[in-house]
Design a protein around this ligand. Structure first.
Ligand SMILES: CC(C)(COP(=O)(O)OP(=O)(O)OC[C@H]1O[C@@H](n2cnc3c(N)ncnc32)[C@H](O)[C@@H]1OP(=O)(O)O)[C@@H](O)C(=O)NCCC(=O)NCCS
Length: 453
């Protein structure tokens, strides 16, 4: 689309505000409209891939075990259900908040794959589907007769994305997996957390970062395959993504370091092996001493980045230690372990009588990059995020007012959007089975009575 005079004359900020205007998302077309996705996914990895596609407008049908749904509905937090009802068969049970964010805009169908009629329904859906996503164990869907081989036979144009733990072949393939297992086996945790000298242990990520990342990569591969199918070959594709390989892909230089020198990378806690100063400082004063939340009563933390020589000199001046800038004038002088062990405690001595906001304010005033470490309350309160729609209150048709993360990216002409957070198990059984399988109301009632749906 040509850029009109009005947009051309704007500042860049106004241009972005106008062209991305997030309050007008629903007036614009969707990138993946017309693409149908069937998602038989569980926990976060598989659901995330389908979520990214449905945010972009794909018609996504999530299939779960009848009545109870997939395990993530019962997993968090503390196994208590929060959002009611779970399904029409279990109106007094709900879905855990962990289901949030990974299943937006979807239609919910329930099918028991142990029943032959459910397999027939899957084959009918395969014939009318562009994309199929699943993240069960290696070979589960193949065993049920609805895996990639069978799907591609029914519909050679289907894109079948399987997300698993370790891949479909090789001696390490045959195990259950979770994000945490992929990160442990892939090498991530060995370099996360403080070293032993600092009382540390390997540390896990609190968020399922590999699952969300794996979901994004899978969505990316699906879109690439749609391009290849529709513009090059006319053919479908079988795609495999594995948690452990995803984790390995993020080991930055550590694999090369070991390969080249035999050096095993160590844990560096909140410091950074390649850059100094580029880490998180402990600030001695709490920002909320009267808070009832014990974590808020604790001291705060602030990220400080001053690894360039001129920034490090500014930081040393700020903390009244210009001698450190003389002792460690270049990045090469600072980045080694001994130098970092000497430098960070001096910075923390300076921060000992300050809150994270005071450290941040003084760093910014000195021209140094910094950022207090925010908790979910502080994140939720940021006007910037709400203005840009990455955090939003939605009036969900089933659950009422809910605060949710919106898509993290914007497309000016075909923006992603969240229409609803999710629905109860099997909420769209009638809609989907009549629309895509041509089933009558009595046939659907029969399937329900036989506990096939
Ligand atoms: C998550 C995981 C460990 C669960 O393992 P699991 O439940 O033992 O095995 P599967 O996922 O293959 O699920 C098969 C079982 O799910 C149940 N099931 C789930 N949905 C079903 C449905 N719609 N219909 C029938 N059975 C269903 C059945 O009990 C079935 O086993 P069965 O055929 O032997 O009776 C495994 O799927 C896995 O490793 N996935 C890959 C990695 C991953 O994505 N992990 C989760 C994200 S962190």
């Amino acid at each position: 689309m040509p850029v009109g005079k009005e947009l051309k004359d704007m500042t860049f900020e106004d241009f972005c505000r106008t062209i991305f205007n997030t309050t007008k998302r629903f007036d614009k077309p969707e990138t993946l409209k017309g693409i149908r996705v069937v998602s038989t996914t569980q926990y976060i990895l598989g659901p995330a891939s389908a979520a990214y596609l449905s945010e972009l407008g794909a018609e996504t049908i999530k299939i779960e075990l009848p009545k109870r749904g997939e395990p993530m509905r019962h997993t968090t937090p503390f196994n208590e259900p929060f959002l009611y009802p779970l399904s029409r068969w279990m109106p007094d049970k709900g879905t855990g908040l962990g289901f949030f964010g990974a299943n937006p805009n979807e239609y919910f169908l329930s099918l028991d794959f142990h029943k032959p009629e459910a397999i027939q329904i899957m084959k009918r859906l395969a014939a009318k589907t562009d994309v199929f996503c699943e993240n069960y164990r290696a070979g589960t869907f193949d065993r049920w007769g609805i895996g990639a081989r069978q799907h591609l036979q029914v519909n050679p144009r289907v894109i079948y994305q399987w997300m698993g733990g370790f891949g479909g072949w090789g001696p390490g393939r045959n195990r259950a997996s979770y994000d945490i297992l992929g990160q442990a086996q892939g090498g991530c945790f060995s370099i996360t957390g403080w070293s032993k000298e600092y009382g540390g242990l390997p540390s896990k990520q609190t968020i399922w970062i590999m699952d969300y990342w794996g979901g994004a990569i899978s969505a990316f591969n699906i879109i690439a395959s749609l391009y290849w199918r529709d513009n090059v070959s006319g053919k479908g594709n079988f795609l495999e993504y594995s948690q452990v390989h995803g984790a390995q892909r993020h080991l930055t230089d550590f694999i090369a370091l070991y390969g080249k020198t035999g050096v095993v990378a160590q844990r560096w806690g909140n410091w950074e092996p390649l850059l100094c100063v580029h880490g998180i400082l402990k600030c001695g004063k709490s920002s909320y001493p009267n808070s009832k939340n014990p974590q808020e009563q604790e001291v705060g933390f602030c990220l400080v980045s001053a690894y360039k020589d001129e920034d490090f000199a500014k930081l040393c001046k700020l903390i009244n230690r210009p001698d450190l800038a003389k002792q460690y004038p270049t990045h090469a002088d600072r980045v080694g372990a001994d130098a970092q062990v000497a430098i960070y405690p001096e910075l923390e001595k300076w921060a000992a009588d300050k809150t994270k906001e005071e450290v941040d304010k003084q760093c910014k005033a000195a021209g140094i990059l910094s950022q207090p470490v925010w908790n979910s309350k502080e994140v939720s309160e940021q006007e910037h995020f709400h203005l840009r729609g990455t955090l939003a209150w939605i009036d969900d048709p089933t659950f009422g007012d809910v605060q949710t993360q919106g898509p993290a990216y914007l497309l000016s002409h075909t923006p992603p959007r969240v229409r609803w957070a999710f629905k109860p198990v099997g909420a769209d059984n009638e809609y989907i089975l009549s629309k895509l399988c041509g089933y009558s109301g009595s046939k659907i009632a029969e399937l329900e009575a036989k506990e096939i749906i």
